[in-house]
Design a binder for this molecule. Structure first.
Ligand SMILES: Nc1nc2c(ncn2[C@@H]2O[C@H](COP(=O)(O)OP(=O)(O)OP(=O)(O)O)[C@@H](O)[C@H]2O)c(=O)[nH]1
Ligand SMILES: [Mg+2]
Length: 259
């Protein structure tokens, strides 16, 4: 069985912490994940201490940004004696169902990366028009840049530790998910795209898609990250690139209640 650590980037999510950790505790008890590591960016609503009370490791990244918080959590994991076999990523707002994680993690027996894809099973309103169009634009760009056809940039995902190491992730911003996917394509990693349920956030404030400015900023970061990685990154750590990339497989998640 794989040892999996869960990384949760979080900013001011106090209203979601208890429900989130109820779900995480259930996963921990079933041995799906070993521990949760929260990457915080100076939340002011008490969410870090709530997470600690619920048994999470909380690391603080002073520089604001989604990717930076993930990197800080990964740095902590790397500093620990027993490295995990894989890392899972989950947003804190419960828009993704943590109960989908076992399916994503299970896919790592045959894949290096498993991405939770939202569009097919999103409840009405969970992905707004800007997000849906943005998804199409970003996945089209990744197709153009790498030859790999992705269906989503969903934040919930699981990746084998060795694959993540080969990617040498650096993005501190909303470019995090596309950096991972563009590099996965350039490394010809085995990637599973698995449909997962997705719902509107019920509590707390949106930091990206809820505002026009946030969406524009994220869109800019996503676009520039795809091309920067494609044009400037060399997959040195994994040896030479194989072309064309292997096809990305598509599977339908069996779990989740369709929320
Ligand atoms: N550490 C850290 N976490 C962040 C930051 N911005 C957002 N987050 C977290 O990243 C996740 C995604 O942010 P959301 O606000 O849900 O963004 P979104 O999914 O576009 O918006 P919703 O439609 O409201 O879900 C959540 O867990 C946030 O708490 C940040 O700057 N730093
Ligand atoms: Mg969200």
């Amino acid at each position: 069985m794989m040892t999996v650590d869960l990384v949760i980037p979080m900013l001011n999510e106090a209203a979601n912490v208890h429900s989130l950790f109820d779900a995480i505790d259930a996963l921990r008890q079933r041995g799906v994940i070993r521990r949760a590591v929260v990457g915080d960016n100076g939340s002011t609503d008490g969410s870090p201490s709530l997470c600690q009370q619920r048994g999470a490791i909380v690391v603080h990244e002073p520089r604001r940004g989604y990717g930076g918080a993930c990197l800080k959590a990964l740095e902590w994991i790397d500093s620990q004696p027993e490295a995990p076999d894989a890392i899972a990523f989950l947003d804190a707002d419960l828009a993704d169902d943590p109960e989908s994680l076992p399916v994503l993690i299970g896919a790592l027996t045959e894949h290096d990366l498993a991405i939770g894809c939202r569009p097919n099973r999103a409840e009405p309103g969970a992905l707004n028009m800007v997000q849906r169009v943005g998804n199409i634009v970003a996945t089209s760009m990744m197709l153009l840049a790498t030859g790999t056809r992705y269906r989503d940039l969903g934040p919930m995902r699981a990746v084998r530790r060795d694959a993540l190491r080969a990617m040498g992730m650096i993005d501190h911003t909303w470019g995090w998910t596309v950096e991972m996917q563009t590099k996965a394509a350039m490394l010809s990693l085995r990637t599973a795209q698995i449909d997962v349920p997705y719902r509107r956030r019920r509590h707390g404030r949106s930091k990206i898609s809820g505002s026009i400015l946030g969406s524009i900023r994220a869109g800019w970061k996503i676009t520039t990250t795809i091309w920067r990685v494609r044009l400037m990154w060399r997959a040195d750590s994994a040896g030479e690139l194989k072309t064309p990339p292997i096809p990305v497989s598509t599977r339908i998640a069996e779990s989740g209640d369709g929320r």
